[in-house]
Design a protein around this ligand. Structure first.
Ligand code: ZN
Length: 69
Protein backbone atom coordinates (compact mmCIF):
# COMPACT_ATOMS: atom_id res chain seq x y z
CA UNK A 1 0.00 0.00 0.00
CA UNK A 2 1.38 3.36 -0.98
CA UNK A 3 0.26 6.34 1.04
CA UNK A 4 -0.62 9.27 -1.21
CA UNK A 5 1.87 12.11 -1.16
CA UNK A 6 0.85 14.89 1.17
CA UNK A 7 -0.67 17.78 -0.70
CA UNK A 8 -0.87 15.91 -3.97
CA UNK A 9 -3.90 16.86 -6.06
CA UNK A 10 -3.77 13.52 -7.84
CA UNK A 11 -5.70 10.82 -6.02
CA UNK A 12 -7.00 7.42 -7.00
CA UNK A 13 -6.46 7.76 -10.71
CA UNK A 14 -7.43 4.87 -12.91
CA UNK A 15 -4.35 3.19 -14.33
CA UNK A 16 -5.42 4.08 -17.85
CA UNK A 17 -6.42 7.67 -17.06
CA UNK A 18 -4.98 10.20 -19.49
CA UNK A 19 -3.68 13.42 -17.98
CA UNK A 20 -3.38 16.81 -19.66
CA UNK A 21 -0.86 19.52 -18.86
CA UNK A 22 -2.76 22.68 -18.06
CA UNK A 23 0.12 24.86 -19.23
CA UNK A 24 0.80 23.48 -22.71
CA UNK A 25 -1.98 20.88 -23.15
CA UNK A 26 0.39 17.99 -23.63
CA UNK A 27 -1.54 14.79 -22.91
CA UNK A 28 0.14 11.93 -21.08
CA UNK A 29 -1.32 8.64 -22.31
CA UNK A 30 -0.41 5.62 -20.12
CA UNK A 31 -0.73 3.35 -23.16
CA UNK A 32 2.14 5.22 -24.80
CA UNK A 33 4.33 6.20 -21.87
CA UNK A 34 7.05 8.77 -22.50
CA UNK A 35 10.00 7.46 -24.46
CA UNK A 36 11.96 10.66 -23.95
CA UNK A 37 12.04 10.13 -20.21
CA UNK A 38 12.41 6.34 -20.27
CA UNK A 39 8.81 5.73 -19.20
CA UNK A 40 7.67 2.45 -20.79
CA UNK A 41 4.22 2.06 -22.37
CA UNK A 42 1.65 0.93 -19.82
CA UNK A 43 2.90 3.17 -17.01
CA UNK A 44 0.03 4.83 -15.11
CA UNK A 45 0.38 8.54 -14.45
CA UNK A 46 0.43 7.75 -10.73
CA UNK A 47 3.47 5.51 -11.25
CA UNK A 48 5.61 8.05 -13.09
CA UNK A 49 9.05 8.69 -11.60
CA UNK A 50 9.18 11.41 -8.95
CA UNK A 51 11.36 13.55 -11.19
CA UNK A 52 9.12 13.26 -14.25
CA UNK A 53 8.23 16.62 -15.82
CA UNK A 54 6.02 17.63 -18.71
CA UNK A 55 8.10 16.81 -21.81
CA UNK A 56 6.89 19.93 -23.61
CA UNK A 57 7.01 22.69 -21.00
CA UNK A 58 8.89 21.08 -18.06
CA UNK A 59 5.81 21.66 -15.92
CA UNK A 60 5.23 19.95 -12.62
CA UNK A 61 3.06 16.82 -12.89
CA UNK A 62 0.94 18.29 -10.09
CA UNK A 63 -0.34 20.75 -12.71
CA UNK A 64 -1.83 17.99 -14.84
CA UNK A 65 -5.58 17.57 -15.05
CA UNK A 66 -7.58 14.43 -15.68
CA UNK A 67 -8.88 14.11 -19.24
CA UNK A 68 -12.55 13.23 -19.09
CA UNK A 69 -13.82 11.22 -22.03
ZN1 ZN B 1 3.23 21.08 -20.31
Amino acid sequence: MNAPAAGSPVRRLADDARMECRICWYVYDPAEGDAEQQVPPGTPFSALPGDWRCPQCDGDPGLFLLVEN
